[in-house]
Design a protein around this ligand. Structure first.
Ligand code: PLP
Length: 398
């Protein structure tokens, strides 16, 4: 006899999660689009431009080779790891990594970032996470039974965490500290001196630094972000996460890598070998091609973002908004005008201007009072958005 069907009760770990920020914004956006509105989406951070052709061709070629059709090695293809080693050394002041022990390809950096807490945390252990911050630091920690503890990123401190202000008891229980520069959502960058301080701090308190460098290659006005692995002593205490997603418009491909402390890399490989079975080899080979031959395409991409940034920021400034040009990432982080919460402002943009912006509070309590605009739209759409904002300014509804 069949049992009576009962609704499945989600596990407690899932109940601890807030609704995924973008899902909520997306739902409202779809609602408006269904009503026939021309919505300009300045919300989600997903490049609008296609992956460069030479990378797609490399994928096509590799996909036709039957040697690439079987399970990939969990640890990634040796040729891909070695290519990452070369790229890293060239890009970061001669940092020489051991491709077997200090590099691990990932199914996008998010995958590694979210799985990392499974390597070190026991139930009740703490991860220190930036607030505002990218949501998987928190959810990955919760899934591992850990406790995420916020480190406020305040404008007065250039959106860097004040390491000395971390609660001593929480610090004692902490095993991982997540850092993310260039930063999503604030677009802040970290000077090398901060990384030096963080490495000292990690040594002193027995912490692993998880440095999320997903936006490392998106820099303007010639800015090139450092790697924390350039700092003396970093390899004993840090793992850095890199991504091909934003560098080469490859978000859908799912390819990135972790680099750094060999013990943690081995543990992460162990976690992953129990969960996934590597990255499709054709994607690894296309990723290799991107790292080897992508310099021109990457430079052009940065020029495009920089032009968009200049149009948007100068336009907003002209309209009286307190907007500062970001040095890195494709985000602009703006204070909400007096009289609104972040959510109220985002709602106003959606309902009165059909523009999606991301309310800062979705990234953590200290995101309240800010909103994020993404540069992943063509120039004409940014200009159109500015026009709508200007018109709304003249006829404000509140
Ligand atoms: N880290 C940050 C701060 C991000 O904003 C993102 C994506 O939006 C990622 C990591 C993940 O990128 P991917 O998994 O595509 O490498």
């Amino acid at each position: 006899m069949l049992k009576k069907t009962t609704p499945f009760e989600p596990a407690d770990r899932l109940k601890q999660l807030p609704p995924y920020l973008f899902a909520e914004v997306d739902r409202k956006k779809r609602e408006l689009m269904a009503k026939g509105k021309d919505v300009i989406d300045l919300g989600v951070g997903d490049p609008d431009l296609p992956t460069p052709d030479f990378i797609i061709e490399a994928l096509n070629e590799a996909a036709r080779d039957k040697a690439n059709h079987r399970y990939a090695l969990d640890a990634g293809m040796p040729v891909f790891r070695d290519c990452i080693r070369r790229w890293f050394e060239k890009r970061f002041n001669g940092v020489k990594l051991d491709p077997e022990k200090e590099i691990l390809p990932l199914i996008g950096s998010k995958e590694g970032i979210a799985h990392l807490p499974l390597t070190l945390l026991n139930p009740g252990d703490v991860s220190l996470i930036p607030d505002p911050g990218y949501p998987p630091y928190r959810s990955g920690t919760l899934f591992a039974g850990g406790i995420p503890v916020y480190m406020p990123l305040m404008e007065a401190n250039a959106f860097l965490p004040d390491l000395n202000a971390i609660d001593r008891e929480m610090l004692r229980r902490a095993k991982i500290i997540y850092l993310n520069y260039p930063n999503n959502p604030t677009s802040a960058i970290a000077p090398k001196a901060f990384y030096e301080e963080a490495v000292r701090f990690a040594h002193e308190h027995g912490l692993l630094i998880a440095s999320d460098a997903a936006y490392c290659e998106v820099g303007f006005d010639g800015y090139k972000a450092p790697s924390i692995l350039e700092i003396d002593g970093a390899r004993e205490v840090a793992v850095e996460f890199h991504s091909l997603s934003k560098t080469f418009n490859m978000t859908g491909w799912r390819v990135g890598f972790a680099a750094g402390n060999k013990d943690v890399i081995a543990l992460l490989a162990k976690v992953k070998s129990n969960i996934d079975s590597g990255i499709f080899q054709a994607i690894q080979l296309a990723g290799k091609k991107a790292l080897e031959e992508g310099e021109d395409a990457h430079r052009k991409l940065l020029e495009i973002y920089q032009r968009r940034r200049d149009i948007l920021i100068s336009g907003l400034q002209r309209l009286g908004w307190n907007a500062k040009p970001p040095k890195s990432t494709f985000y602009c982080w703006l204070p909400v005008p007096p009289g609104y919460t972040s959510a109220e402002l985002a709602l106003k943009f959606l309902e009165e201007m059909s523009i999606v912006v991301t309310p800062g509070n979705g990234f953590g309590p200290n995101g309240e009072g800010y909103f994020r605009i993404s540069l992943t739209n063509p120039e004409e759409r940014l200009r159109e958005a500015l026009e709508r904002i200007e018109k709304n300014h003249k006829h404000p509804h509140k």
